[in-house]
Design a protein around this ligand. Structure first.
Ligand SMILES: CC(C)(COP(=O)(O)OP(=O)(O)OC[C@H]1O[C@@H](n2cnc3c(N)ncnc32)[C@H](O)[C@@H]1OP(=O)(O)O)[C@@H](O)C(=O)NCCC(=O)NCCS
Length: 144
């Protein structure tokens, strides 16, 4: 059974592992640990007791930004990303947020597919925003 829960300090090691298999420039353990107490919410997905994904949403007044989201490679395409995104967007909505936005690499078809399915709209582009490899960022947002 899938459960989306608030991250705890003991989850950080596994979260860092998932980030390492998901990104060329993953966050460090210390960066994840800082998010445990930042404004916003940090959730993990537990699938039959196994920690298989995480999402971090940051609050900036009425705006919320999805800072990071990843699912373990072995657990992808099974609805976990969508369940975590739904939880993060609900958190923003229940906190009186007006919109949620995020940036995504233009070649990241999986993430673009997930966000479009979850009613995020493309609203802009940042030229050459990412390095390693250099790539544009697509800016997306969902009004709440
Ligand atoms: C993006 C990511 C989080 C999606 O998580 P997931 O649990 O595999 O996604 P879900 O199973 O919930 O998929 C939800 C929808 O997203 C889209 N999607 C997911 N994977 C996709 C893929 N490989 N190709 C195209 N669309 C995809 C589909 O619309 C899917 O709905 P469907 O299965 O009904 O077609 C995951 O691929 C991942 O961790 N990628 C590496 C890290 C990353 O890129 N994070 C985003 C940074 S902006």
């Amino acid at each position: 059974m899938l459960a989306i829960k608030r991250a705890k300090p003991e989850d950080i090691k596994r979260v860092t592992e998932i980030a390492r298999e998901s990104f060329p420039d993953p966050w460090s353990e210390e960066s994840f640990a800082r998010e445990l107490t930042a404004d916003g919410a940090f959730y993990v997905a537990e699938n039959d007791g196994s920690l298989d994904g995480y999402i971090i949403i940051r609050s900036m007044g009425e705006e919320y930004e999805i800072l990071d989201v990843a699912v373990a490679q072995s657990a992808r395409r099974d609805g976990i990303g969508e369940a975590m995104l739904a939880t993060a967007v609900s958190f923003a909505f229940e906190s009186w947020g007006k919109k949620v936005w995020l940036e995504v690499r233009e070649s990241n078809e999986a993430a673009l597919g997930l966000y479009k399915k979850y009613k995020f709209k493309e609203v802009g582009r940042r030229k050459g925003y990412y390095s390693n490899p250099t790539e544009d960022a697509i800016l997306m947002e969902r009004q709440l």
